[in-house]
Each structure stands twice: as structure tokens, then as C-alpha cells.
Design a protein around this ligand. Structure first.
Ligand code: NAD
Ligand code: DAU
Length: 353
């Protein structure tokens, strides 16, 4: 038995591969294009491990996917590969449409051809799991209940629109062709190997470098936060016991305004890595808001809890402490990802290098 993972060198995908091989000897074929967000250093601890087969390639490459499916005969595909950063989607949506929509379409078509030719238990047991986001549901008002799986889709950014499109394709491939798919829509993840363009790792790395901590707008936008290994365990639970054709919302019951997240990080850094210039709070800088910025996301995770018995293992307090400690212990990893291309991004987005 083998599983095929796409995007397994990115933030969540690499945590998933590491987690999977910590708990199982079932090999993983890891297909990743290694865009700016893909980093093989995340998988350094698997060097020489025959259970991990890394293939650099694009999910839009049908011939490559066909040949990987024919060679490795996976029992499941877990699809993480995507362009994932909202701000980048605002500056340049093209790559989001290509990877998130065309790439998912290509993968679904290859998977359908492969699955159609399977027989018996191999056919009934096959799964295509699509990893998606809570952003497809749009923005909540302060008084709205959290998103359930039946909320209407109201994506507001090029990123969330492209993910919504991919969710619809996955749904249609089940409805029309009977493909055995499952989908999970998760809230904001954080933890090790998170690329420092996203809020939490950006704040940690900027603070340690003595750079401004850019807060968009009034900093009162709310997200639900989930430690990344809890997302991995939710995906494993869906793969193992999720009902075919179903969608599962995944979240940490952890709604918090951005400014509170940043102040929590500052308090931890002041404790664990105090600066000679005083509290890192001096670096907080309010900047121009993100265009079309969604005000609030919140997840109702009762379905996955009820049906699959899944619960997050970390609270925000334990998860954020582990995360800050990881970044303090892995300064070399951060320095390594801060490539020339990343510095160009900082210049474009924040006018800094
Ligand atoms: P990421 O940007 O860190 O990683 C994406 C990975 O996909 C990278 O390794 C990249 O090289 C790879 N990739 C991109 N385009 C590719 C292509 N055309 N072919 C093959 N590989 C390609 O993203 P992430 O934060 O790890 O997110 C993973 C998935 O989870 C995405 O589908 C995202 O929408 C979803 N998600 C993310 C979050 C979050 O908080 N980060 C929350 C919910 C859902
Ligand atoms: O909700 C799930 C989504 O979470 C995933 O689908 C996305 O892939 C992932 O990137 C994340 O999207 P967000 O836009 O919520 O994450 P980001 O880290 O970019 O921003 C979190 C919040 O912090 C958001 O309200 C914008 C704000 N922010 C972000 C940055 C980078 C700032 O205030 N300043 C910043 O510099």
C-alpha cells in the first residue's frame, strides 16, 4: 500500500508526510513542484528513508501523474498542492488559477482514469482527499454562527475563489463519475515550517530581526487558529473513516483577532528571547489594509468531532509556545527560506527588504 501526496514539501504537506511516517510504514510518494513555498529542507529528517519517494513535478503535468499512478499504484491521493497566499493572489492571480483549478482538474482526471481501471477492494477502497480552506465560505459578521459544511460558498479573494472552484470540481467528479472523494475545509494553521510570508511566522521573524510588525487595517480581523499537526490528524481521520462524497470542516474553536495573536507572540518572545532594546511591542506598525480583507472566519467542527471522534490535541496556548520555540531553535531554516525571491516579495508588499 502507498499513498500519493501532492504539495508535500510545503508547510502543511511536509508536516503531514513527517507525521504520517512517524505513525506508519506505508510509503508516501510526494509530488511537489518546489515553487518558492516548497522546501525539501522540511523533509531533511527523511533523508535515506525508503518510505519517502520524492518527485519534483507539476500537478498540471498529466503524463507525469499518469506514470506515477501506474508505477506506484497508490490506494489514496491526498491533495495539498496549491498556491496558498492571499496577498500573492491579489498581486498576481494567474498562477492560482493554473495550479489550484487546472492542477486539481488534471489530478482528478488522472485519478479518475486510474480508479476506473481498478477492481474489487482496490477500487472500493480508493480515496481522493482534497485539502481545502474555510476561506471559500467568505466573511462572517460578528454575530454570525461559525461556518458549517452547508454554508453557501462566497469566496472574496482570487485565492479563495480558486480554492472554491477546485472544491466544486472535486464535488462534481464524485456526483457525475462516482469518484470516491472527501474534502476538508480547515481554518488557519500554524506551527513548524510555516513560510514567513504568513502572519505568525512573519511576526516572529520580523521581531527577531528588529523589523516592523505590519498589522493590516485595525488588526481586529478574526481568524480561527489550528496547530498544524491537528490538521494532519484530522486529514488522517477523514482518510480512514470519512464518508465518501462528504465535506468535513476542521478548526480549533480558537477565534482570535490578529492584534491579539501578535501580542501573544510578543509576550512569548519577550520571555524567551528578550531584546536589549525593550519589548518587541515597540515594533507594532499599523499598515494599509489588504484589499477585500475578510473580517472574520470561524469553524463549526462538530461534524468531524461527532462522526470521526477527531479533536485537536493542542490548545492555542500550547501550540503557539511550541511554534515560537521552534522558530527560535531553527533560525537557520528561516534564513535559508529568505531567498532573493522572498526579499523581492517583501519589497513589493511592504516596501522593505
Ligand atoms: P504552501 O504554500 O506552504 O505549500 C504548497 C506546496 O504546493 C508547496 O510545496 C509548493 O511547491 C507546492 N505546489 C505549488 N504549486 C504546485 C504545482 N503546480 N504542482 C505541484 N506542487 C505545487 O501551502 P500550505 O499552507 O501548506 O497549504 C497546503 C494546502 O492546504 C493548500 O491546498 C491550502 O489551500 C490548504 N490550506 C491551508 C491552510 C493554511 O492555514 N496554511 C488552511 C486551510 C487549508
Ligand atoms: O483560513 C485558512 C487560510 O489561512 C488558508 O486557506 C490560507 O492558505 C492561509 O494563508 C491563511 O490565509 P490568511 O489570509 O488568513 O493568512 P495570513 O497569514 O496571510 O493572514 C492572517 C491574518 O493576518 C489576515 O487577517 C491578514 C493579517 N495579516 C497578514 C500579514 C501577512 C496582517 O495583519 N499583516 C501581515 O503582514
Amino acid at each position: 500500500m502507498t499513498i500519493l501526496v501532492t504539495g508535500g514539501a510545503g508547510f502543511i504537506g511536509s508536516n503531514f508526510v513527517l507525521d504520517w511516517l512517524r505513525g506508519s510504514d506505508e510509503p508516501v510518494v510526494n509530488l511537489d513542484k518546489l515553487t518558492y513555498a516548497g522546501n525539501l529542507a522540511n523533509l531533511d529528517s527523511l533523508k535515506g528513508d525508503v518510505r519517502h519517494i520524492f518527485v519534483q513535478g507539476d500537478i498540471c503535468d498529466r503524463d507525469l501523474i499518469d506514470s506515477l499512478l501506474a508505477t506506484h499504484k497508490p490506494r489514496a491521493i491526498v491533495h495539498f498542492a496549491a498556491e496558498s497566499h492571499v496577498d500573492r493572489s491579489i498581486h498576481g492571480p494567474g498562477e492560482f488559477m493554473r495550479t489550484n483549478i487546472d492542477g486539481t482538474f488534471t489530478l482528478l482526471e488522472a485519478a479518475r482514469a486510474y480508479w476506473s481501471a481498478l477492481e474489487g477492494d482496490a477500487k472500493t477502497g480508493f480515496r481522493f482527499h482534497h485539502v481545502s480552506t474555510d476561506e471559500v465560505y467568505g466573511s462572517l459578521k460578528a454575530e454570525d454562527p461559525p461556518f458549517t459544511e452547508t454554508n453557501p460558498y462566497e469566496p472574496n479573494s482570487p485565492y479563495s475563489a480558486s480554492k472554491a472552484a477546485s472544491d466544486h470540481l472535486v464535488r462534481a467528479w464524485h456526483h457525475t463519475y462516482g469518484m470516491p472523494v472527501t474534502t476538508s475545509n480547515c481554518s488557519n494553521n500554524y506551527g513548524p515550517f510555516h513560510f514567513p510570508e504568513k502572519l505568525i511566522p512573519l511576526m516572529i521573524s520580523n521581531a527577531l530581526a528588529g523589523k516592523p510588525l505590519p498589522i493590516y487595517g485595525d488588526g481586529q480581523q478574526i481568524r480561527d487558529w489550528l496547530y498544524v499537526t491537528d490538521h494532519c490528524s484530522a486529514i488522517r481521520a477523514v482518510l480512514a473513516g470519512g464518508r465518501v462524497g462528504e465535506v468535513y470542516n476542521v478548526g480549533g474553536w480558537n477565534e482570535m483577532p490578529n492584534i491579539q495573536i501578535v501580542k501573544t507572540i510578543i509576550a512569548l518572545l519577550d520571555e524567551l528571547a528578550p531584546s536589549s532594546e525593550g519589548s518587541y511591542a515597540r515594533l507594532i506598525t499599523y499598515v494599509k489594509d489588504r484589499p477585500g480583507h475578510d473580517r472574520r472566519y470561524a469553524i463549526d467542527a462538530r461534524k468531524i468531532e461527532r462522526e470521526l471522534g477527531w479533536r485537536p490535541a493542542e490548545t492555542f496556548e500550547t501550540g503557539i509556545r511550541k511554534t515560537v520555540e521552534w522558530y527560535l531553535a531553527n533560525a537557520a531554516w528561516v534564513a535559508n527560506v529568505q531567498s532573493g525571491a522572498y526579499r523581492e516579495w517583501l519589497g513589493k508588499q511592504y516596501g522593505q527588504a
